[in-house]
Design a protein around this ligand. Structure first.
Ligand code: NAD
Length: 273
């Protein structure tokens, strides 16, 4: 019997935490994980209303969720968030390191504060949340009824972990860092039955990049960079996340899944260069 020959939701009984889950990609992931049977913590840093609205949406669809506020770049807040989740639901099985932001500027105009903020949230935030999750995975160990492994981490990276991005040095550096943080955690933790993977989205329609697709002119420019000729939707990323969180991807660790409509295929060379 294959692992999917069952009527049970694929993540039934598992407990997931999604950072930055009240908007964009994180919101779609939270909904998809809940639809797949997981209980979901909707983490947010500001805007409690939107986070609570997301929880209500998940509940209305028959899922289970709760909102917890924490700035992922703050060690004390991350520790308190995991403590609250573990106290309420007993443990954590899936972490999605999704929270992130951009603070763009040409290199010579980039302030140290904006460099630091992006690195603190996009990279250090993933380290802090991963460390807290892994400590719990190791404490609990494998529960065969739930999953073949003790825990799964999915790191949200970007095509800019391999494509340099002028005017976004802090963002590209943070995602390049996420890529090797992910691989190093995967290598270090595989013997303890913990899987760590990354998703690198291309252009996805969310609040982070509204200017890039809002007008038909901007979208036409953007589509030149996407061989599939469509801008991605948050659900494209959510479906990949559910797969990486499930036992269907049990032999996958240390991988980066590019969900980008071909953006990393050097579209400038599509006529032979
Ligand atoms: P978004 O702005 O809608 O989502 C980012 C979320 O992170 C927001 O909800 C925000 O409140 C939250 N956040 C920011 N700082 C935080 C902090 N300190 N603590 C906790 N939460 C915090 O944008 P999105 O496009 O959905 O981005 C989600 C992830 O996807 C990011 O890591 C982003 O870099 C990555 N990504 C997005 C695209 C895209 O095209 N949209 C492409 C590649 C990668």
């Amino acid at each position: 019997m294959s692992m999917t020959d069952t009527c049970e939701p694929i993540l039934k009984g598992q407990r997931a935490l999604v950072t930055g889950a009240s908007s964009g990609i994180g919101a779609a992931i939270a909904k998809a994980l809940a639809a797949a049977g997981a209980k979901v913590v909707v983490n947010y840093a500001g805007g409690a209303d939107r986070a609570h609205a997301m929880v209500e949406k998940i509940r209305a669809a028959g899922g289970e969720a709760m909102a917890i506020r924490a700035d992922v770049s703050r060690e004390d807040e991350v520790e308190a968030m995991f403590a609250e989740m573990i106290e309420t639901w007993g443990s954590v099985d899936i972490l999605v390191n999704n929270a992130g932001l951009q603070k763009d500027a040409p290199l010579v105009e980039m302030s140290l504060a904006d460099w630091q903020k992006v690195l603190d949230i996009n990279l250090t935030g993933q380290f802090l949340c991963s460390r807290a999750a892994v400590r719990e995975f190791l404490r609990r160990g494998v529960v065969p009824e739930l999953s073949r492994v003790a825990g799964k981490i999915i790191c949200m990276s970007s095509v800019h972990d391999v494509i340099p991005w002028a005017g976004h040095a802090n963002y590209a550096a943070s995602k390049g860092g996420v890529s090797l943080l992910m691989k190093t955690m995967a290598q270090e933790l595989a013997p303890q039955r913990i899987r760590v993977n990354a998703i690198s989205p291309g252009a996805i329609k969310t609040p982070i990049n509204t200017a890039a697709w809002m007008t038909p002119e901007a979208e036409a420019e953007l589509l030149k960079l996407i061989p599939c000729r469509r801008v991605g939707e948050p659900e494209d990323i959510a479906r990949a996340t559910v797969w990486l969180a499930s036992d269907d991807s049990d032999y996958v660790t240390g991988a980066t899944l590019y969900v980008d409509g071909g953006m990393t295929l050097y579209p400038g060379f599509d006529q032979g260069g």
